[in-house]
Design a protein around this ligand. Sequence first.
Ligand code: ATP
Ligand code: MG
Length: 400
Amino acid sequence: MQYDHILIRYGEMALKGKNRKMFILKLQENIQHKLNDFPNVKVKRTQGRMFILLNGHQPEPIIERCKHIFGIQSMSLAIKVENEESVIKEAALFALKKNPTIETFKITVKRINKDFPIRSQEMNQLLGRYLLTNTDNYTVDVHQPDMEIRVEIRLEATYITSSVIKGPGGLPVGTSGKSLLLLSGGIDSPVAGYLAMKRGVQIEAIHFHSPPFTSERAKQKVLDLTKQLTKFGKSIQVHIVPFTKLQQEIFRTMPDGYAMTIMRRMMMRISEQVCDQQSILSLTTGENLGQVASQTMESMNAINEVTTYPIIRPLITMDKSDIISISQEIGTYETSILPYEDCCTIFVPKSPKTKPKREKASHFEKKNDFSELLKEAVEGIETIKVTAKDNKKDTLDDLL
Ligand code: ATP
Ligand code: MG
């Protein structure tokens, strides 16, 4: 006897009415994709349930992998047996003995298949008695058991499940459209990307790179951060924008106090063009209200003027300490804090306006024609596909 299934529960998705079917299919596809290096594993749906069939694989590494798949609310190890009293008894006994640390248990039988001859209540008692007779150290506690053994007698078979393992929640990646994540090498933007993915968003990333002021290492850092995000989804495309010339021209020709605002506006314009090319409908940033000069309300107002795309700002109201906690949890923190040069930190104006005005920003911009440099930056974009594959092994080693 052994656990041969993992039962997947997907609570919140039940609320999604018409989209429900699409969400469930996406979740099934995402699970199958994340587990494709376990060759015998299958993901099946039956009547409102999703199961992973282990087919001989050990459940532990698979459970660990599933803790990163958004849309899974919880999981339980399950044993599938025939609808027959004696095998059900054996399976329940196995589930109890698998958990030697507990003292009390409770059995909950659900008889969905009314052809099964023993009623739920009677089956409860029968199984309880069987487990007590065949073990020494357990007692029944129906109110606060250490372990609840659930026995579900369904049409096709009976499933015995025990402890409930928490999943990550959220919605399956790919069910909420695509967004372009403005990814720097800092702490915030990877966390913003993670939170968007948790809400079902598939992301591509864009990074503004200013060589030789920013090094190859800074670019590699962004790719490393992206790789960490692929743990939660599939591969991610990263668009690296050569930003040096445009940035130099901005800082050469624009008033010092407005250079940063205008640089951000250029980032938005370029991002929008990438969205157009890639059929992406929104931008995502790691902005956080009041953190630095570029993130005051006035600043956001001035920067936002140049785009009509919705900007998702998952961190906007969060405390920095909470952002840091998430980045530690998801494994991006260690990479984010490595020293690096960012295009925004290299060209720091002496006195950036903390309350820029959009009219002024656009007035200054008109004094110079940036269109050629903008075009050149877009044409020079290098797109790199960062795949989840390469880090699957790391992920497992990290977790086990
Ligand atoms: P982060 O920790 O994400 O770097 P931050 O607190 O340093 O954010 P800013 O430097 O003001 O804040 O950047 C605000 C947001 O602008 C970032 O979260 C990111 O989404 C975007 N951004 C900044 N620099 C770059 C860059 N070089 N490439 C792409 N996006 C960037
Ligand atoms: Mg930064």
